[in-house]
Design a protein around this ligand. Structure first.
Ligand code: SF4
Ligand code: SF4
Length: 475
C-alpha cells in the first residue's frame, strides 16, 4: 500500500487515498470539537494557510456560528490580499477535437453529433481581434486532446498568432493555456512560447472514480495526469493552475485532494499553485448534470470557496461564466480574485454568434452578460475590474510572484496597475454609462494607494492614458 509523502513525485503517494480517508474520518470525529475548530480558525487568522486535514475539519463542521466565522475570515483575507480588485479574462476555444472519453464533457470522442471545429490561424486572428475589441488583455486558451488535429505545434502557432495581433490599442498580454497533460519537452516549448499560467483540472482526485469517468483515451491514465504539474514545473513553467470539477465525486474528498496537491507543489517546488479554479458541472450538448449524483448546492459551494481562501491565501481563485451572476456575486466576496466576462464556450464564438445547428460549446454559459455589463456590475458592487498582466510581463512568476505577495507590497503594485488598466478599458472600450462610473471609481481609489510616491506616479500615468493616448504603463 502506498504511503503518504507530500514530497514524493508519485501520484499515489502525494495524493494518497489512505491519507484522504484518514483525514475525512478525523474530520467526522472532530466536527463538533469546538476547541480544535477554534484553534484551526485562529491558525488561519495568521494568514499562512491551513492543512488539508484542518480544512477537512472545517468543512465537516456544520455549526452555524462557526460557519459564519469561517465566512467572515475568508472575506477578511480576501480583502487583505486582493483588496477590491477582480482580474478579468476570457476563454478562447481553439479546437474541440478530442480523442478522450470523459463522460461529463460533450467533446468526448464518441459524441458524433456535436459540431467539430478547429480554428485556422486566420480565424484565430478574427477571434482575437473581436476579444481585443471587447477590451480583453488576458486569455485562457482551451483545446481538446488530439495529437492529429491539435498537436503541440498547432497550439504553439496559435499562441504566436495571438501575441502578434495588435489591433487599434488592443493587445493580448498574457495567454494562459489549458491543454491536456503532456511531456516535459512540450512544457518547455510552451514556456518558451511565453505562456502565463498552465492550467489543468484534475477533474477528480479519486483514482477509482477518475478511471470510470475517463474510460478511454490517454487521459485515462490517472498517474500521468496527476503528475502533470510536476512535469510542467520541470519544463520551466512557474505558474500552474489547479481545479476539480465539483459534482463528479464527493466534495469532501476533492477538497482534501486539491489542498494536498497544493501542499505537494509547495513541498517539492517551493511554490504552490498560482490559481485554483472552482468549476461545477453544467449542462451541455449530450451531458445532463443530474446524471452525476454528487452535485453540490450553493451553500456548500460557498463554504468550499471560503475554506480554499483561508487554506491557501496566496493562491488566486477563478470562477467562470458557468455560474450565475448571483452565485458569482457571493463567491467574489468569499475569495474569488479572477472572473471571466463576455465568454463564449464554443469554438469561434466571439467574432460571430454560432448558429444553433452548429453547437460546438463545451458547456452552457449561465452568466451571459457582455464584458461591459460585467465590468459595470463589478464597479457597482464596489470592485475594481482589473486588466492587469504586469507580473508576468515583469518576470514576476512563481516564487518571485509569491515573495511580492508575502512582502505586503502587492497593494502598491496590483492596486495602481488595476486602476491604470481600468482607465485603458474606459478610454478604449467602455459604454458611456460604464465610463461614468469608472471615472468616479478611479478618482476615489487612487487615494487608496498606500505609498505617496506610487500614488503620484499612478495619477500621472492615468493622466497620460486619458489625455496623451499613452498605454501599457505598469508597476
Ligand atoms: S474534458 Fe477535455 S479531454 Fe475530456 S473530452 Fe472534454 S476536451 Fe476532451
Ligand atoms: S500586479 Fe501582478 S499580481 Fe497584481 S494584478 Fe497585476 S499581474 Fe496580478
Amino acid at each position: 500500500m502506498a504511503i503518504y509523502d507530500p514530497k514524493s513525485l508519485k501520484a499515489e503517494e502525494f495524493i494518497n487515498d489512505g491519507e484522504i480517508m484518514d483525514s475525512l474520518k478525523y474530520a467526522d470525529e472532530n466536527k463538533d470539537n469546538f476547541e480544535l475548530i477554534d484553534s484551526i480558525i485562529e491558525k488561519a487568522r495568521l494568514r499562512k494557510g491551513i492543512t488539508h486535514r484542518e480544512a477537512s475539519v472545517l468543512l465537516a463542521c456544520d455549526d452555524e456560528e462557526k460557519t459564519k466565522e469561517i465566512f467572515a475570515l475568508a472575506e477578511q483575507i480576501k480583502k487583505d490580499f486582493y483588496g477590491d480588485r477582480i482580474v478579468m479574462f476570457a476563454p478562447l476555444y481553439l479546437s474541440n477535437y478530442c480523442v478522450n472519453g470523459c463522460v461529463y464533457c460533450p467533446y468526448h470522442a464518441k459524441n458524433k453529433h456535436i459540431c467539430r471545429k478547429k480554428l485556422t490561424q486566420d480565424e484565430v486572428r478574427t477571434e482575437v481581434t473581436a476579444l481585443q475589441d471587447m477590451g480583453h488583455k488576458r486569455l485562457a486558451i482551451e483545446a481538446g486532446e488530439d495529437p492529429v488535429n491539435n498537436p503541440i505545434e498547432y497550439i504553439l502557432e496559435c499562441i504566436d498568432t495571438i501575441y502578434s495581433i495588435k489591433h487599434k490599442n488592443g493587445a493580448i498580454r498574457r495567454v494562459n493555456v489549458n491543454i491536456a497533460a503532456t511531456t516535459v519537452e512540450n512544457y518547455k516549448r510552451l514556456h518558451d512560447a511565453g505562456i502565463g499560467t498552465y492550467i489543468l483540472f484534475q477533474e477528480t482526485y479519486n483514482k477509482k472514480s477518475y478511471e470510470v469517468l475517463h474510460p478511454t483515451g490517454p487521459k485515462h491514465n490517472y498517474d500521468y495526469h496527476t503528475e502533470a504539474m510536476d512535469r510542467a514545473m520541470e519544463g520551466g513553467i512557474d505558474d500552474v493552475g489547479l481545479g476539480v470539477l465539483f459534482g463528479l465525486e464527493l466534495y469532501r474528498y476533492e477538497l482534501a485532494g486539491l489542498l494536498m496537491h497544493a501542499e505537494h507543489l509547495e513541498a517539492v517546488h517551493g511554490v504552490g499553485p498560482h490559481t485554483i479554479s472552482v468549476p461545477r458541472i453544467r449542462a451541455a450538448d449530450d451531458i445532463d448534470p443530474d446524471q452525476f449524483d454528487n452535485g453540490i448546492d450553493d451553500d456548500t459551494f460557498a463554504k468550499i470557496i471560503a475554506i480554499i481562501r483561508i487554506a491557501v491565501p496566496y493562491t488566486g481563485m477563478i470562477i467562470s461564466t458557468r455560474e450565475s451572476a448571483a452565485m458569482r456575486k457571493r463567491a467574489l466576496r468569499l475569495g474569488i480574485s479572477q472572473i471571466s466576462g463576455g465568454s463564449r464556450t464554443s469554438v469561434g464564438g466571439y467574432a460571430e454568434e454560432e448558429p444553433e445547428e452548429e453547437n460546438s460549446a463545451q458547456f452552457d454559459v449561465s452568466d451571459r452578460r457582455t464584458l461591459d455589463e460585467v465590468v459595470r456590475w463589478l464597479m457597482e458592487l464596489g470592485y475594481i475590474p482589473s486588466f492587469c498582466t504586469a507580473c508576468y510581463r515583469e518576470g514576476r512568476t512563481g516564487d518571485r510572484f509569491m515573495s511580492l505577495c508575502k512582502s505586503g507590497q502587492i497593494q502598491n503594485c496590483c492596486h495602481p496597475n488595476a486602476l491604470m488598466t481600468l482607465e485603458e478599458y474606459l478610454m478604449d472600450y467602455a459604454s458611456p454609462e460604464t465610463k461614468e462610473i469608472g471615472d468616479r471609481v478611479i478618482e476615489e481609489q487612487l487615494q487608496n494607494i498606500p505609498k505617496e510616491k506610487v500614488r503620484q506616479i499612478a495619477a500621472d500615468y492615468i493622466e497620460q492614458i486619458k489625455n496623451n493616448g499613452k498605454r501599457d504603463f505598469r508597476f
